[in-house]
Design a protein around this ligand. Sequence first.
Ligand code: F0G
Length: 352
Amino acid sequence: MSYWRGIIHKYREFLPIGDNTPVITLCEGNTPLIHAENLAKSIGFKGEIFLKYEGLNPTGSFKDRGMTVAISKAVESGKRAVICASTGNTSASAAAYAAKAGLKAYVLLPKGAVALGKLSQAVIYGAKVIAIQGNFDDALFIVRKIGELLPVEIVNSVNPYRIEGQKTGAFEICDALGRAPDYHFIPVGNAGNITSYWKGYKEYHKAGKVNNLPKMMGWQAEGSAPIVKGYPIKNPQTVATAIKIGNPYSWQPALQAVQESGGLIDAISDEEILQAYKLIASTEGIFCEPASAASVAGLIKLTREGYFKGGELVVCILTGNGLKDPDTAIKVCEQPLTLPPDVEEVIKYIET
Ligand code: F0G
């Protein structure tokens, strides 16, 4: 049988999985790498764009790649409970994998700042949801303290197994393209994912699977861009709630990824994020969440500035599924028409 059995099964030799590690999987990974010709044309990009659509993971985001490893290792070490702080996606993923493993899950969310779809996931998977009257950074501080005091496994990306699992995204891109891209565009929040991808590309390169390495191009939202500004942001703001983080845990490794690869980390405005969000959907038929669109927004910005010579191969990571946050889509698009049940009335609006 050759059915897809998740990233641990596929990439075991690159992961810290032993003979006694129970593999807890929801068959994550194997997400599509979509050739985005329409998008390239509409933004005037003279190379090739591929979108890695991580929104098609089991809980709708890239977090599942890291969570399968983190939860498997938590079970191996005899833990009965896991805990995380989250802007929404980590909590959804932790709750699902904990359910599969039979572990208790505790998730701390910044009150009023998590998209409803993500909250609904944590609840239905059976996690204990605690809304903190503060932001993500406050919640992560509490989680790390509790991790010191109780035998509960932290499954934020402070857990190195999360980084290990998430690096498999880079392996899949290289397997699909037969090489690494020239540029890798990615949104940056707590900075775990940019760290993971760079680790993955380097390991694949070292193993002789590819001959090149990409430049890592990280994008923060302007109102929550601590790495770009060089200091923590006390009260981060952005429409892209998933990356509304003022003091990222993986700050240093993210900077290292950018420096080693010859890439950059920069900020993008909410307006540019939302324009990219709509453009990805309307040109490619892909609905990602606002934070995910930061990668494409960055590509659009650099293309307009004349950054590229032409002929480059670019991959943008679309980190999460747009269905998690339908409120934002409804808010930024034209509202549906309401008409009487009458053919004559409706036909006025149909262009052929
Ligand atoms: N995109 C989405 C959709 C996210 O949910 C996140 C992070 C990121 C990008 C940024 O990735 O933190 O590794 O730099 N979400 C975390 C969470 C913080 O709690 O779900 P990062």
